[in-house]
Design a protein around this ligand. Sequence first.
Ligand SMILES: Cc1cc2nc3c(=O)[nH]c(=O)nc-3n(C[C@H](O)[C@H](O)[C@H](O)COP(=O)(O)OP(=O)(O)OC[C@H]3O[C@@H](n4cnc5c(N)ncnc54)[C@H](O)[C@@H]3O)c2cc1C
Length: 224
Amino acid sequence: MNVLIVHAHPEPRSFASALKDTAAAELRSLGHDVRVTDLYAIGFEPRLARADFLETADPDYFKPQREQLHASECGTFAPDVQAQLDDLAWSQLVIFTFPLWWFSLPAILKGWVDRVFVMGRVYGGGKVHETGGMRGRRAMLCLTTGGPGESYSSRGRNGALDALLSHVQWGMLHFAGFEVLAPFVVWGPARAGSEDLAATLTVWRERLRAIEKEAPVTVGPLGG
Ligand SMILES: Cc1cc2nc3c(=O)[nH]c(=O)nc-3n(C[C@H](O)[C@H](O)[C@H](O)COP(=O)(O)OP(=O)(O)OC[C@H]3O[C@@H](n4cnc5c(N)ncnc54)[C@H](O)[C@@H]3O)c2cc1C
């Protein structure tokens, strides 16, 4: 299986980075091909702009989706966007590893979605959700939080995590055509002891061993 890991954490020794490293090592040991895009490490530019395109469809007015469509038709994406599109096309499973920031993705990862989930390749022309460009592929979120799990239950102060993540799991992943696997969530690693964190990495490895056959979950606009 071809697995793409897209990682967003500025600290290589963070627990989110340990989840990324563990996934890459475990999946490779199982014989899978793994590519890792470490967004901070490569200095990924998160701003969608004219520089994403080698030529413009309309030099007078910058309409991003029109330019994405044009670049999809003409193969004129800037090399950094094209490289990410090539990785997506190669992948069968995409794992996103990141800390929950403001109930959402770190900006660098949201910027990756803005620039790489392009109209014309990933969605568009009526091809969204089940017919999206990423159909036949699976995706999953692997994230850490600051708050404890109780605060992300349906009765918790922060609200149910599945509902909070629906703009990502439904509005980005499923919209693009991915089947979505249940997220792997590590609640408050900064407050956990080293034994608990080591045990969490063991649970993560165990899940990865069976991930090739794992069934997707139901996602929707208000969560699962
Ligand atoms: C801008 C911003 C917005 C935020 N918004 C939210 C929010 O909306 N909701 C929320 O809940 N939280 C929020 N937070 C908190 C954030 O989600 C957590 O701080 C983060 O998820 C913790 O994960 P980490 O990887 O950064 O942990 P770290 O603090 O980097 O690591 C935790 C511990 O794991 C240890 N560790 C690392 N690797 C290993 C290993 N291999 N084995 C054992 N131990 C290891 C580290 O040494 C450290 O002690 C926000 C934080 C920021 C900066």
